[in-house]
Every structure is written in C-alpha cells, then in structure tokens.
Design a protein around this ligand. Sequence first.
Ligand code: SAM
Ligand code: SF4
Length: 341
Amino acid sequence: MTPYDDMTTPKPAPLIDGFGRTVSYLRLSVTDRCDLRCIYCMAEHMVFLPKIEVLSLEELDRIATAFVSLGTRKLRLTGGEPLVRKGMMELVGSLGRHLRSGALEELTLTTNGTRLAEFAGRLVEAGVRRINVSMDTLKPDLFRTLTRGGDLAKVQAGAAAAQAAGLAVKINAVALRDANAAEIPDLVRWCHGHGYDLTLIETMPMGEVDVDRTDEYLSLKDVRRELESFWTLEDLAVTTGGPARYVRVAETGGRLGFITPLSHNFCETCNRVRLTCTGTLHTCLGQEDATDLRAVLRAGASDAELVETIRAAIATKPKGHDFEIARKQPAVARHMSTTGG
Ligand code: SAM
Ligand code: SF4
C-alpha cells in the first residue's frame, strides 16, 4: 500500500508531454528472460541479466502504482516472457486492486502462450479481461524453427484455455517475407474461426539478432493489398493511440489489425511509454532516450520524488521514432525482449 493507493486524495495532474500528448498507457517488462528464442527477437545464445539488476516485484508494483496515480489507464505486462517470471501471479493479483478501485481501466498481458493454460484462471480472477498471444504460423515445424524449439500445440492449447476461462484472445503474428507471408490468409481464417482477433506486425530493427532482418521485412501495405484482392476489408474506427489500424474482414466476420511502425507513422497520437525490467523508462520505442527509475528507487526516493522523475522524463518524450529498415544496423541497440513489445 502506498499513498497512491488512496484514491480519495486529490489526484495529481495527468502526464502530458512537450507535444501535448497525454500519456495514459504503460507497458511494463517484468523480465528479460524467455522460454523461447524467436529469431527476430533474440539471439540464440542470450546473456540474461543478473537477478539484482531486475526490478523486484515490489519495485515493479511501486512504479506501476505511481503511473496509475498519474493517470495511466492501461497497463500491459510483457517481457521477455511475463509468465516465466517467478511470483508473476502475485504481481498481477496485486495490480488488480487498481482495476477494482476504478483507477485503472485495463490490465493486460502479451505472452507467448506456453504457460497460459496454467495461469489463465488466475489472470481472470485478478481482473484481466483480454490477452495477446504471439503465434506467427500454424505449421508446427516452422513454429519450432522460428522460436528455436517452441511447441505450437502448447501455445494453441494456451490460447484455448484463456478463451475458455473468459479472456478475449488476440493473436499477434510478425509478418515475415519468406517464413509466413504465404500463410497469412490461413492465419486469418484460423484465428477468426476460433473467435480470436489477429494483429499482424512488421519487423522492427531492435537489437542485434543472428538473422538479417532486412531479408525478412514484409510491408503490411503489400499484405493488405493482397488480402483485398479476395476479401472485403472494412476499416474500423477503433484506435488504441498506437500504431495499430483495424479492419473487419467481411467474409470471416473477424477483426484484423496491422501494426506498421515502418510504413506508417503513428507518433502524433502516441499515448504510451515503456519500462524495462531493469527500471529504465523509455518514452519512445524507436529512440535511445532513457530515465533510470531503478536508481531513483534504490537511492531511497519518496513517492513524490519518484513522481517528479517520471514527470520530467515524460516532458522530454521525443516527437517520433527513427526506424528505417533499409539500414542494416538496429535503430536502437536494445532487444524487443528487454524493452517489452
Ligand atoms: N514473450 C511475449 C510474446 O512473445 O508475446 C512478450 C514479449 S515479445 C517481445 C512481444 C511482441 O513483440 C511479440 O508479439 C513479438 O512477436 C514481438 N516482437 C519481438 N521482436 C520483434 C521485432 N524485432 N519486430 C517486431 N515485433 C517483434
Ligand atoms: Fe520470447 Fe516473446 Fe521474444 Fe519470442 S518474441 S523470444 S516469445 S520474448
């Protein structure tokens, strides 16, 4: 319990950056570890962080709660793989108090799904209502190759268990030119047939991995054009303030999203910031700007000091990102698994 748990005290002013954008969405990476090694996300042999560098569950809770007190309405837990973090259900259960108080509108997760069957019921109990599950293919062999060892059946069983427990499921698939481009219509049919939304993501140049991402980059503009040659895609007005644009596929009745950080600029409506599992606040996914909140916490800062540091960081949120797939170098050195996707 921190002073920010007491929502009867007058609320501080919301977080507004230097370009007038209100920041109301925090993505919190709870670990850099993962039980998979997706080729576009991680190198095969990753060196993970020593435990001491990673925020404790209490530190994660304290920072998240400070953000909630500053008007954060949506909190997404990610990683690495959030469901491999020890004590994760305690953290989710604890953060659920902000849903019950009405301060938080949504608490959600992005997961690779491998442990979802085990945890779906407890996520629902904590107040989670929707979940994103990453799955790039319907082919078990290709899945094993792309994730360097993953078991597709386990992920599909995880998504089914989540749905059975009452969670709305959205599948995330990274669009890869050689690996799964031809399979995208099947993925759409499969997801919509199971009652899941599907969001396609363009590869982003983040962190050194072993493959050349310029070879696998697939523009979703081209994917959309191809799908429109045999389906009717009806634009939907929904927006999350992020890079996703949604359509309804008339023939399947399901929802399809396109996340296009490279071919479409979304920065002007950006409402989100990210915290790494080491407590570094990044106010832009595609820039190197960083504020070390862990150092502030571990120096014994009060809640007021923590809030002031967060405000100062938000005030300097960059106008936009700097991704350019044509460059061979990653636009930012950190991996997606560190920042949290
Ligand atoms: N482990 C969880 C998962 O896979 O869903 C959460 C973390 S993962 C980093 C979050 C999302 O980022 C996943 O959907 C993954 O496919 C995506 N991702 C990882 N690296 C990426 C990259 N370089 N470009 C685009 N998306 C990426
Ligand atoms: Fe792990 Fe997710 Fe990265 Fe795949 S995308 S390696 S599941 S963190």
